[in-house]
Write a protein that binds this ligand. Structure first.
Ligand code: GDP
Length: 298
């Protein structure tokens, strides 16, 4: 299952293995702190977590490594709760979702998975192929839409902002529940990506004064500190409302979520709506702090 893949991946941090000994002493805390840092949690979050753990152990007079493991699971869960927020569909119609991310982050795959999940939940979804710079990206989205009976708005070599505008307008006219606007992750020219994305955001707003309702960044969970830098840069430009963190299967780097939650590198703790745990359609799962903490410390 996806949960066991997440567990297997995150288990490579070997945090779980640290608890196999029975002693609760300084070296246990040291090992835990190092393992958290190795998992990309960063120094700041790791220190905070271990300090909170020490306090709990003292206060509750915990004796065994097993009890400490459970305490750390609680501490990490509380910490990650800053990122936990359900993705809500239905209150606004159509819900306009702009999706950004650098090439290779897993944007196209995640859009497919997300559209699939939303349709399965009964929502009518319209996709806008906003990456007009990569013909392959557009073709991929159209083909994917055909296979999965999801409508796709595309325009050959057109202005991505115009595609976004058309999609939002069509979303209203066709009574869609969700309009998802894909965007380019890299431009072929010297044009600044962030300026292009800001323009798309402005044009979406022109088509619907309440939109975009969600601005999501797809970020590769394997890229560690670079993921934080991306979150910061895209948030500054676009005012993100949520993240999709991909490729958390088969990786030791899940700690990056702890770093995100603690506002490392000047990032706001932005909700992680979904995590990518594989390449199949069902491998996009809502982020649940406790499940994630359990997988990391399992
Ligand atoms: P884009 O350039 O951002 O649109 O990236 P793609 O969606 O094309 O994904 C790049 C590669 O990452 C593809 O091979 C995907 O199958 C893979 N990928 C995306 N998400 C995940 C994930 O959660 N887990 C794994 N293992 N692979 C993923």
């Amino acid at each position: 299952s996806w949960m066991s893949r997440l567990r297997q991946g995150l288990a490579r941090t070997s945090i779980g293995g640290i608890f196999t000994g029975s002693k609760v002493d300084e070296s246990l805390y040291d090992e835990l702190e190092s393992a958290l840092i190795m998992s990309d949690a960063g120094v700041q979050a790791s220190t905070t977590l271990i300090e909170a753990l020490r306090q709990t152990v003292r206060k509750e007079r915990l004796q065994s490594a097993q009890e400490v493991r459970e305490a750390l699971t609680d501490v990490l869960t509380e910490h990650l709760r800053a990122l936990e927020k359900p993705f809500e569909v239905g209150a606004i119609k159509p819900l306009v979702v702009m999706i950004a991310g650098v090439n290779g982050a897993g944007k196209t795959t995640s859009i497919g998975k997300l559209a699939h999940a939303l349709q399965a939940g009964g929502a009518r979804v319209l996709l806008a192929a906003g990456d007009t710079f990569r013909a392959a990206a557009r073709e991929q989205l159209i083909e994917w839409g055909n296979r999965n009976h999801v409508a796709v708005i595309a325009q050959e070599g057109g202005d991505p902002a115009a595609v976004a505008f058309d999609a939002v307008t069509a979303g209203h006219a066709r009574h869609m529940d969700v309009v998802m606007v894909d965007t380019a992750g890299r431009l072929p020219t010297q044009l600044h990506l962030m300026e292009e994305l800001k323009k798309i955001r402005r044009v979406i707003h022109k088509a619907d004064q309440t939109a975009p309702h969600e601005v999501l960044l797809v970020v590769d969970g394997n890229t560690g500190q670079n993921a934080l830098a991306q979150v910061k840069a895209f948030d500054t430009a676009l005012n993100l409302t949520g993240l999709i963190v991909t490729k958390l299967d088969g990786t030791a780097k899940g700690g990056v979520l702890a770093a995100l939650a603690s506002g490392a590198q000047g990032c706001r703790p932005i909700p992680v709506y979904w995590i990518g745990v594989g390449e199949q359609l069902e491998d996009l799962q809502p982020f649940v702090a406790r499940e994630f903490a359990q997988a990391m410390l399992g």
